[in-house]
Design a protein around this ligand. Structure first.
Ligand SMILES: NC(=O)c1ccc[n+]([C@@H]2O[C@H](COP(=O)([O-])OP(=O)(O)OC[C@H]3O[C@@H](n4cnc5c(N)ncnc54)[C@H](OP(=O)(O)O)[C@@H]3O)[C@@H](O)[C@H]2O)c1
Length: 248
């Protein structure tokens, strides 16, 4: 039976690149995001280049927490089963602490943390019922050390990594349900138009290949690209503030 993958935030960047990568690997795809016109053109391109797979789209705003389970169960009805759910939807936002306006911080935590939790929870409900599946959460290297100017973003990703670890442990006896936390470094996408000013930036399609390999291997924790971020993961928490401030 053809395996299926659900991707939230599939309308651009890493999510769209993962859609191409999993289509190349023969998976059926459910593409979710708010910008449905982008999802439709991605779907058309994928169907054009991959005649043997099924691609569906679903309008999904992960901030509307109550709608997430119904969107995922509609997808399960269409495919019969769901093998992989990638909770990828996310936003960023720069804010200097002390401005007195928490709007940006609230939005970031709502989407990156509560939106992801709603996705993980709805996916795990399906996996428990069908007896198998894999949930993938898109965290960040900023989970390793808070990044100046991105305090809320860093906190949302650190919390997501922690949440995924806890879910993985909750499910460790269920050998056929896997939990994967992905920690990307800097990936060239729409999320930050100034991404080139940062070090070690890679293209989304290259990142998607590495991510898909790790997902298929059922890894619980992934850093993409591994150089230099797998090493920096251990080094960053110990670096003095002056160096972190200089880099970021
Ligand atoms: N690029 C990087 O360097 C980097 C590094 C570390 C982690 N990440 C993480 O990777 C993930 C993907 O980011 P990206 O770099 O690919 O950025 P992107 O190109 O801006 O893509 C973000 C995706 O999230 C979707 N999204 C945002 N808010 C949503 C909501 N409320 N409901 C549903 N979908 C929503 C967007 O779709 P719509 O606007 O159409 O809804 C879009 O498809 C994010 O979680 C991000 O934090 C990225």
């Amino acid at each position: 039976m053809t395996k299926s993958v659900v991707i939230t935030g599939a309308s651009s960047g890493i999510g769209a690149a993962l859609a191409h990568e999993f289509a190349n690997r023969g998976y059926n795809l459910a593409l979710c995001a708010r910008r449905t016109e982008k999802l439709e053109s991605l779907k058309n391109a994928l169907i054009e280049s991959h005649k043997d797979i099924q691609v569906i789209t679903a309008a999904l705003d992960v901030n509307e927490l109550d709608t997430v389970p119904s969107v995922l169960s509609e997808i399960k009805k269409t495919f019969g089963t769901v093998d992989i759910v990638i909770a990828n939807a996310g936003i960023t936002g720069v804010r200097r602490t002390g401005s007195g306006d928490l709007t940006i911080d609230k939005n970031i935590l709502q989407t990156n943390l509560f939106g992801a939790i709603a996705t993980v929870d709805a996916a795990v409900a399906i996996f428990r019922e069908q007896g198998f599946g894999q949930i993938v959460g898109m965290s960040s290297f900023s989970a390793f050390r808070g990044i100046p100017g991105s305090a809320a973003y860093s906190a949302s990703k650190a919390a997501l990594t922690n949440y995924l670890q806890a879910v993985g442990t909750e499910l460790y006896r269920k050998k056929d349900i896997k939990v994967t936390a992905i920690h990307p470094g800097f990936i060239r996408t729409e999320i930050d138009e100034n991404i080139e000013k940062f070090p070690f930036v890679i293209d989304a399609d290259k990142a998607a290949k590495t991510m898909a390999n790790a997902i298929e291997k059922g890894k619980s924790d992934v850093v993409v690209p591994s150089w230099p971020w797998a090493i920096l993961r251990n080094v960053m928490p110990k670096l003095p503030e002056s160096i972190i401030a200089k880099i970021f």
